[in-house]
Design a protein around this ligand. Structure first.
Ligand code: TA6
Length: 312
């Protein structure tokens, strides 16, 4: 299945921005609203500002690390977060590509693909608080996934946060890939949070010790380890986090899958970067195309997955 780029342009990046390119690693100030920065580990990053709101984007993995909105963090970061070169931070919005979860045949390859571990290049900045980061295949990516490709991740901050992940097939044969924006949301207390918009869909549950009494007709409330893939999802999901007096609306474009994940206590205790009680404070809702809804692209084709987050 080849899909077009219906959501193209939603991240507000114009072609003129190409003139504002800067080398990766230590980018020059490229545009009002965008400034070079470093993350807590000293890795190169870009800070986007819109009024008092701020987004920090790492060039490692094109990972949105934080979104400060009205003086509060909408995204969650692990208590023991590690900001190391070539490693994703547990928190923010890691980019999953080109496979989701464990590699289907080689357990030595990184979970959730290689995109979140790679250095990305700054391709464009502006107008305003917006950047485009990109990465392409190289010898290392082709060793684990033998396809020429280009990925572009556009991040734009306004009253909402918009992200668009475009993948382009630059090789001579078709390929299939999985992709996800693996968003960690701050919820204050996951036991009181709820997810609306997936009612009626029957997920595949991948938790080792799941809630046995789930009613799929109802909004999602986590009562145990939760690791569910929903397929054929609509474009709007709402996360309600009463412990933070917050609702986040997720508007997606060209995403047919959603994953809802929380490790709960036992699994949390064994996961890197997490403190033992961290499971209480976050919920992942992933905007994705995985499994039967993976993206298939003919040579030259491009697909764009889009996500707009509005926090109220
Ligand atoms: O997307 C859900 C999931 O695949 C879970 O199974 C869990 O492992 C989580 O992502 C985190 O994966 P990571 O590789 O970042 O530790």
């Amino acid at each position: 299945m080849a899909r077009g780029s219906a959501a193209a342009g939603r991240a507000g990046i114009c072609p003129d921005c190409a003139r504002a390119t800067a080398p990766a690693g230590n980018p020059a100030p490229p545009s009002p609203g965008v400034e070079p920065a470093a993350d807590p580990g000293g890795r190169p990053a870009l800070r986007l500002r819109h009024g008092t709101d701020e987004v920090l984007v790492s060039t490692c993995g094109a990972q949105v690390l934080s979104w400060r909105h009205r003086d509060a963090d909408v995204l969650w970061t692990a208590t023991r977060a590690e900001h190391r070169p070539g490693r994703p931070v547990r928190g923010g919005i890691p980019v999953v590509f080109p496979w989701f979860g464990d590699h289907p045949s080689d357990p030595d390859l990184p979970a959730h693909g290689f995109a979140r571990n790679q250095p990305w290049q700054l391709a464009a900045a502006g107008p305003g608080p917006a950047v485009v980061l990109e990465m392409s295949d190289d010898a290392a990516t082709r060793a684990s996934w033998p396809h020429p490709f280009r990925l572009r991740c556009a991040v734009a901050l306004g009253d909402t946060l918009r992200i668009a992940l475009a993948v382009e097939n630059r090789g001579p044969s078709a390929f299939a890939c999985e992709q996800a924006l693996h968003t960690y949301f701050a919820v204050g207390d996951v036991r009181t949070a709820s997810v609306h918009g997936l009612e009626g869909l029957v997920p595949s549950e991948h938790a080792r010790e799941p809630d046995a009494g789930v009613d799929v007709r109802q909004p999602i409330r986590c009562r145990a380890e939760t690791d569910r893939i929903y397929q054929g999802v609509g474009d709007r999901i709402e996360l309600r986090a009463p412990a933070l007096s917050r609702t986040v609306v997720l508007r997606a474009g060209n995403a047919r899958s959603a994953i809802v994940w929380n490790p709960w206590a036992d699994r949390c205790a064994r996961m890197p970067q997490l403190a033992p009680d961290d499971w209480q404070r976050f919920l992942c809702i992933e905007t994705a195309n995985v499994r039967e809804h993976r993206v298939e692209l003919a040579p030259g084709q491009r697909h764009e997955l889009a996500l707009e987050l509005e926090a109220r």
